[in-house]
Design a protein around this ligand. Structure first.
Ligand SMILES: [Zn+2]
Ligand SMILES: [Zn+2]
Length: 109
């Protein structure tokens, strides 16, 4: 079975910004502005077998050895968590700022 990599423009369903194709011409699977993704995959990345199709919220970052930063996405409907590779033009700064704020609040500083 072939997995079709989609690298094309789309409109983000969360922030409604127009998202251009991926700078390294790999497939874009989340919005570089708000980092939201969409629940398309079921068991494997890119299998596009899920019929959920709900928005997935970025909630954490993960650093994998020998890889790049990964964004942890959680589906707002079914709660499924998926790791996605960060793209070079992702707006990570705002996301990490928000994340640090949340962590700081949690730790009570
Ligand atoms: Zn967006
Ligand atoms: Zn889902």
């Amino acid at each position: 079975m072939w997995f079709i990599m989609i690298n094309e423009e789309f409109e983000c369903e969360n922030c409604h910004k127009k998202v251009s194709s991926h700078p390294e011409s790999s497939a874009r699977n989340h919005c570089p502005f708000c980092l939201f993704s969409k629940h398309l995959d079921d068991k494997f990345p890119w299998d596009r077998a899920s019929d959920c199709l709900w928005l997935m919220e970025p909630f954490d970052l993960d650093f994998k050895k020998n890889k790049w930063y990964m964004i942890k996405h959680k589906c707002l409907k079914c709660g499924k968590e998926i790791l996605n590779k960060v793209a070079s033009d992702d707006n990570l700064l705002d996301f990490t700022k928000e994340r640090n704020k949340k962590l700081t609040a949690k730790n009570g500083f």
